[in-house]
Design a protein around this ligand. Sequence first.
Ligand code: GDP
Length: 522
Amino acid sequence: AHIFDVKIFNLQRTMQRLGLSEDQRRSDYLLTSEEACNIALEYGLDPTVDDERTFDIFPEPDAEGVVQPLRPPVVTIMGHVDHGKTTLLDSLRDSSVATGEAGGITQHIGAFSVPLSSLLPSAPADSSTPGTITFLDTPGHAAFTAMRARGASVTDMVVLVVAADDGVMPQTKEVIELWKADQDKVGLVVAINKCDKPGIDFDKIKSALGAEGILLEEDGGDVPSVRVSGLKKEGLDKLVETLSTLAEIRELRARTTGKMEGYVLESRVDRGQGNVATVLVSKGTLSAGTCIVAGTTWARVRQMQDSAGRSLRSAPPGTPVSIMGWRDLPSAGDQLLEASNEDEAKKAISNRLREIERKKLLADVESINIKRVAERKKVELEEEGVGRLKEEGKSEAEIQVWKREFERQSGAEEEGGKKELRLVVKGDVSGSVEAVVGSLEGIGNAQAGVKIVHVGVGEVGESDVHMAEAGKASIIAFSVPTSRSTQNLARTLNVPLHSDSVIYRLIETVRSEVIKLLPAVY
Ligand code: GDP
């Protein structure tokens, strides 16, 4: 009204004529751009959308009908705790550095490439195979779960590590469940590990796998398997060969030219180097000098390093590299895109930040609207109730008693508007805590949802129970032990404690708790 220089009343009448409802004509309603444009036109103003403020960077569509070059497969190693994932990754990482190479200090950057030739002397060096395999080595299942939760699937194959002396365990089953949900896109290889140990009963392991629906190729099924010893570095060649064969069958291809695309695998603040992130290039080629954006931050690539600390000038698809110079720290799972120049990167980021603010504002308005509808509903219900009592010939005193009880009940229900299941989350490593938090935060709707009041790594202790009690929260413990005395304390203080080593079961538990919070339907 101020811009048009008219009275509010006049503006609202115009809005009514344009078909906007009573709610939409309220002063705290946030107009959509289309509604605002229509109103402006009504007052003879030219509504132009500011391209600068809507500019963003998007992936480039692939050219159709072009056969792209093969790319290395991206492999994630998963399995139950202590089954030997870390040891196997260490042995494989060692192979990523050619023997006798100067330097040769490998570092954990979240992923590394293993040249096939380092384990398979007879590997063909022609272009019919990509020549390397990329392994993700983020601890726990964090990279896989967090990325999957965000819709970014970077993994082509999962190696399920099963310790020969321990067999199928809860997290083994969890990996199988995760894989089954993605099996059209993700290959599976079972690595029976610790085969250096004596007295192994392979049939027992295989029948336990069979019970989970995993039938190995050697028994006529379709899941390839290898027997390895990560510790003794035995069978690694066979593992790499199997992965490479699987990759060949699946013909994983990606363009190497055009705008680069990828994902952030890991990020950290390094004391000397500042904000560092490991990224995996999925399309195009990343070169020094390029400007890249991820989430709400950007960097100009000056130097790229692989996991062996080597400097790279360019990184084709499937190459994990660590990059310094980020203005802020990007998050694992953020999509990585190439900007034409710094200005473009900055513009896209500031628009993304504004969009986040706008969404927050919209969510606030939405919750105000929900509250208002609830209030109106309450008034209606109260009037209805009073009317009914009057019809029944109840006395004024009886009606007052009913009204007080009605107030008390609806007051209890409306407390805080949106209902919250408050949670304290503990997990075994920071990566898994992040993954659990990421999965739980999304649960719920506008009426009821999850609020995480505290997160931590390590065993659930008595202080966690006291914190949960003070914060009226439940405790979610992922893959961490809880002592008997802590459990007793939780029971005494009436603090619900859900403990599991299987993420999806925790998600189900939380979901059903949130559903219980939803208001009863009248
Ligand atoms: P993760 O929890 O799955 O990462 O398991 P680790 O790699 O930390 O291994 C757990 C334990 O098993 C360690 O004590 C390793 O030394 C041992 N281990 C791992 N691989 C092997 C193997 O191939 N043979 C034997 N005998 N022990 C192994």
